[in-house]
Design a protein around this ligand. Structure first.
Ligand code: MEV
Length: 320
């Protein structure tokens, strides 16, 4: 009989998309990085009652797994582990989840929560085969399909592998490449405070693409080229160029209609305060934007400008 671990805990980070969101859904390259200081956490402990409970105080959730519908994201994360492990009897455990990652803000909170549940439960079940980055990413991808119908796979990949990646969605296997960051990149991340649905934004882009296929294919191509150029600039330590490419990418995202007055306002404020570049990050319409800064002095000025312009939260993350 399998020995279950008594209490297990796992975490997964939030993420930012540096280049290529939306176009990545259509097979163009994109670049993403984890935000390790913002994490989702799951613990699994034996339950005294004969049930599996899912508790998420932040989301006001306290349910028995068996009572939850098929399209419940937390329940699906747990069920996928049991299915992948061919475990037919639901274990008597309590799965507790909390997260520091703001929801519906483009930071991959759904993917991080799923990845944390999958890892913690796989550990509890003592199943090394279910804990590999590849497996965690694949199962998280299945959960992501609930959050938005046609995920590219970039969010689950970056939260499962927890490293900066150059990503291309392709069959039979996505291209996932870690890359060298020749000079540290200091990003100020600012929240518009507006929550927005990835599913709606991705759906709107799809509708526009089907109405104007040639025009949108060209926009996606431009974003893909920017991501390729950005990778080269990051590998060459050309920080100025990385900034210029971010601002250029933002303009294409505006053309795709996924920016918003709040995002444009924060991007303008960051650029005005001297940022090397700025863009929305993630699905857009709300959520977070990024500004690239060169040094501590610029960081202070950009952070102050973003707060002044109405950002509800501001943090700095360094990619090195
Ligand atoms: C969301 O973080 C990124 C999008 O490109 C959607 C996806 O890649 O699945 C908007």
């Amino acid at each position: 009989m399998t020995e279950f671990n008594p209490i297990t805990e796992a975490t997964a980070p939030g993420k930012i998309i540096l280049f290529g969101e939306h176009a990545v859904v259509y097979g163009r390259p994109a670049i993403a990085a984890p935000i390790s200081q913002l994490r989702a956490r799951a613990t699994v402990s034996p339950s005294s009652s004969n049930n599996c409970y899912l508790i998420a105080p932040d989301l006001n959730r306290h349910n028995r797994l068996q009572d939850l519908p098929d399209d419940d994201a937390l329940a699906l994360a747990a069920r996928l582990v049991l299915k992948a492990g061919q475990i037919e009897t639901i274990p008597d455990v309590t799965i507790r989840v909390n997260s520091q990652i703001p929801i519906a803000s483009g930071m991959g909170s759904g993917a991080a929560i799923a990845a944390a549940i999958i890892r913690a439960l796989a550990q509890h079940l003592n199943r090394a085969d279910l804990q590999s980055n590849e497996m965690v990413s694949a199962l998280t991808y299945e959960v992501e399909k609930i959050h938005h119908g046609t995920p590219s796979g970039i969010d689950n990949t970056v939260v499962a592998y927890e490293q900066p990646i150059y990503f291309v969605r392709q069959s039979p296997q996505n291209q996932i490449e870690p890359f060298t960051v020749a000079a540290p990149l200091r990003f100020v991340v600012a929240d518009t405070g507006v929550r927005s649905s990835t599913k709606v934004a991705v759906g709107d882009v799809r509708r526009q693409y089907s109405q104007q296929p040639a025009q949108f294919a060209r926009i996606f191509d431009e974003c893909g080229r920017i991501a390729q150029d950005a990778r080269q600039a990051i590998e060459a330590g050309d920080v100025q160029r990385v900034g210029q490419l971010m601002t250029k990418n933002h303009a294409w995202l505006q053309t795709m209609t996924v920016s918003s007055p709040e995002l444009d306002n924060l991007v303008a404020a960051a650029l005005q305060a001297g940022a090397l570049g700025a863009k929305l990050s993630g699905a857009g319409r709300g959520g977070n934007m990024l500004a690239l800064v060169e040094n501590a002095e610029m960081e202070t000025a950009v952070r102050a400008a973003l707060t002044q312009a109405g950002a509800t939260a501001v943090l700095t993350t360094v990619l090195s």
